[in-house]
Design a protein around this ligand. Structure first.
Ligand code: AHM
Ligand code: MG
Length: 341
């Protein structure tokens, strides 16, 4: 049996690949992995414990019941604070940035982490896969208390991104700009072990993932592309199959392995779609490009979009390169207006 490589071993081996390698980045990934294991433990027993209730509920011991997404948020923030390598956090769960380089341990912290601690959390109550998404940036300022401008960096400045999928098995998938590697949690030893080295997305695929319940509100370019997906054409393997979980991480992960496209477009009344640029679209765009795929807002590369506010949204078309380009062709022809950013 080949020797198993743990995430910790892999990070140390790859440290020299990282342009600013001094060990701090490795510790940061380790901190995220520690929080991921704790969240994984709670996700696994979610049906057994009072973690599904609304925030504000009281359990039988008279303690406050926390929703799992709040719990996940607390775990990631606590791990990043304790690790000392992160100066600033942006989280889907918090309106404002969370500067954390105000302690002795983190006064020299060099990294900004933008995170969606529990994406797809509406699926948790029904035992369907959920995930964590993160993007990592170098801080802009050399010294001082971290400020919001450090979180508003272009996606092009990202130095690493990743996700954790809490599914039938739990995986930690990340990239530092030299390909994408996936690690599966071995519960018997409590370690993420390299299971998917150098992941790459097929050039094209047979799967399209979109909430078709919103069809009536889609731009014409999306409607025409969906018709294209559903037409019969043996040469291009159509009709494609529709697969939509409603957990971006799970939909993305499946399409990454099998080939496919995930779309969350603008809709009538929500011109910028639903998903957030900083901690959902940008990290996934970084990962898909590293895996040989493509991510666009329908007209423009996601990683090139101007970042103007913490929780700004963007439409997203992400997945196999040929499929995203095909969809972009329909958008350019039938919905050629750049979404507002
Ligand atoms: P969340 O961050 O509040 O969980 O919302 C993001 C999720 C994505 O995981 C998923 O792709 C999308 O919302 C599903 O939205 P919809 O139910 O509109 O299809
Ligand atoms: Mg989310």
């Amino acid at each position: 049996m080949p020797q198993m490589i743990t995430l910790g071993q892999f990070i140390i081996e790859k440290q020299t690949d990282f342009p600013f390698a001094k060990g701090g980045f490795s510790r940061l990934i380790r901190d995220l992995a520690i929080a991921a294991k704790i969240v994984n433990r709670e996700v696994n027993k979610a049906g057994l414990v009072n973690i599904l209730g609304e925030t504000g509920d009281t359990n039988i011991q008279g303690e406050q019941v926390k929703k799992l997404d709040v719990f996940a948020n607390e775990q990631f923030i606590a791990a990043l604070k304790a690790g000392g390598e992160c100066c600033l956090i942006v989280s889907e769960e918090n309106d404002h940035v969370i500067p954390i380089n105000n302690s002795e341990i983190s006064k020299d912290a060099k990294y900004v982490v933008c995170i969606d601690p529990l994406d797809g959390s509406s699926n948790i109550d029904v035992n369907v896969s959920v995930g964590t998404i993160f993007a990592i940036y170098r801080r802009i300022h050399e010294t001082g208390f971290s400020t919001e401008d450090e979180a508003l960096q272009s996606g092009r400045e990202m130095v690493a991104a990743g996700y954790i999928i809490y599914g039938s098995s739990t995986m930690f998938v990340y990239s530092t700009g030299k390909g994408v590697n996936g690690f599966t949690l071995d519960p018997s030893i409590g370690e993420f072990c390299l299971s998917h080295p150098q992941m790459s997305i097929p050039e094209t695929g047979k799967l399209y993932s979109i909430n078709e319940g919103n069809y009536i509100h889609f731009p014409d370019g999306v409607k025409k592309y969906l018709k294209y997906c559903q037409e019969i054409d043996d040469a291009t393997n159509r009709p494609y199959s529709s697969r939509y979980i409603g957990s971006m991480v799970a939909d993305f992960h499946r399409n990454l392995l099998k080939g496919g496209i995930f779309i969350y477009p603008s809709t009538y009344g929500a011109e910028n779609g639903k998903l957030r640029l900083i901690y959902e679209c940008n990290p996934m765009a970084y990962l898909i490009e590293q895996a040989g795929g493509k991510a666009s807002d329908g007209l423009n590369r996601i990683l090139d979009l101007p970042v103007t506010s913490l929780h700004q949204r963007s439409p997203i078309f992400i997945g196999s390169k040929a499929m995203v380009e095909q969809a972009e062709g329909f958008m350019a022809e039938f919905s050629p207006v750049t979404p507002i950013v």
